[in-house]
Design a protein around this ligand. Structure first.
Ligand code: TYD
Length: 135
């Protein structure tokens, strides 16, 4: 499974505005079990700082912009999320840090599983140890 992948969704844009549709099975490779969104993040605040053992997620910045850094067993990469029709698919064992939220940023997350704290790796040291024998 990919550690990450950029996914482009169809934007039905006309003089009435944007309409972007995302369908499980067609546009994303999992059934959506959970949706959450993050808004009103104060200047200088960072979030994330974890990886998942099993969960897949699509992260979209549907308003404003934000930076997202990933660490995988093979690389580190920084994305600027600023396109409401472009999602980032994050697979298992992808460490993520989210920062430099614009004041108006709205981050939408579509997840393959219900919330489970057991699926989280919240320490980078633990992540680096676990990927040695899991990945
Ligand atoms: P947290 O993991 O700290 O957020 P982030 O990944 O943005 O750093 O989650 C904040 C709180 O919300 C924490 O108490 C767990 C809870 N939470 C849920 O109850 N359900 C969810 O789907 C998520 C993502 C978090």
């Amino acid at each position: 499974m990919d550690y990450y992948k950029e996914v482009l969704f169809s934007d039905f844009y006309d003089n009435r505005g944007h309409l972007i549709a995302i369908e499980s099975g067609y546009d994303i490779p999992f059934d959506i079990k959970r949706v959450y969104y993050i808004t009103d993040v104060k200047k200088g605040v960072s979030r994330g700082f974890h990886a998942h053992r099993d969960l897949q997620q699509i992260i979209l910045c549907i308003k404003g912009n934000v930076k997202l850094k990933i660490i995988t067993p093979v690389e580190e990469k920084i994305f600027l999320l600023n396109d409401k029709s472009k999602g980032l698919l994050l697979g298992p064992y992808t460490w993520r840090e989210i920062y430099e939220f614009s004041e108006d940023a709205v981050l939408l997350v579509l997840a393959s599983q219900h919330y489970s704290e057991d699926d989280y790796i919240r320490s980078l040291e633990e992540y680096r140890e676990e990927v040695k024998y899991r990945c």
